[in-house]
Design a protein around this ligand. Structure first.
Ligand code: SAH
Length: 196
């Protein structure tokens, strides 16, 4: 098997593993009543579409057809090995965030009935570890897919979702949890422990 085929398969396996991992949590979350869905709007939906285009549609198109050929280069073995390692760490972190958030997790921004603020486990030092996991996934995509468009589309498109969403999510959490959230914000960072 060529290194290119291996790295494309590694990327696709990571995406499938993430999808399968998420299924039981999706089922669990659907059973929860939503008490505040004001933030589940067209803007949130647009951001989710942009993010899935960059993490799914564009790289899948490249993996299957090689398009856009002019932007391809040859990846080295260390680059591919690093890509696999980063994808594995993203999946591990996804698993931890889903386990920690349980039924309070949602794809769109919303507050559930009897929603509790989770501040332990992977939520102890950063407020958005699931977004950290998505950035790790996007980084793995850049390492595994040796094409400037397909490789970088994840970082650009997920980055767009993150930067247009995170402030609104924190505002929603502040409205729901008040001083408890302020204290949590004061002792944590957003996505990188100790840094940002
Ligand atoms: N931004 C978080 C969660 C993403 S899922 C992360 O990156 O890990 C988005 C939903 O999770 C939001 O609608 C919100 O209701 C919920 N949520 C976010 N942070 C939470 C927390 N610390 N405790 C409980 N629910 C949280």
């Amino acid at each position: 098997m060529s290194l290119l085929l291996f790295s494309k398969i590694a990327w696709a396996s990571g995406v499938v593993a993430w999808f399968v991992m998420r299924l039981p949590f999706q089922r669990k979350a659907r059973r929860m009543k939503v008490s505040d869905a004001r933030h589940r709007n067209a803007r949130d939906m647009t951001l989710l579409t942009i993010s899935s285009t960059g993490l799914g549609v564009i790289p899948a198109l490249y993996a299957l057809t090689g398009w856009p050929k002019a932007l391809s280069y040859t990846a080295s073995l260390p680059q591919v090995v690093a890509g696999v390692a980063v994808f594995l760490s993203a999946l591990w972190l996804f698993w931890r965030t889903h386990r920690a958030l349980g039924r309070y997790w949602s794809v769109t921004l919303e507050i559930k009935d009897s929603h509790k603020l989770i501040t332990s486990g992977v939520y102890e030092r950063v407020r958005h570890p699931m977004y950290s996991a998505f950035f790790l996934w996007a980084l793995a995509q850049a390492l595994l897919l040796p094409n400037l468009l397909a490789g970088l589309s994840g970082l650009v498109c997920f980055g767009t979702l993150f930067f247009f969403r995170v402030g609104r999510e924190e505002k929603m959490m502040r409205e729901a949890f008040g001083a408890e959230y302020d204290a949590y914000v004061a002792r944590t960072k957003r996505i990188i422990p100790g840094l940002y």
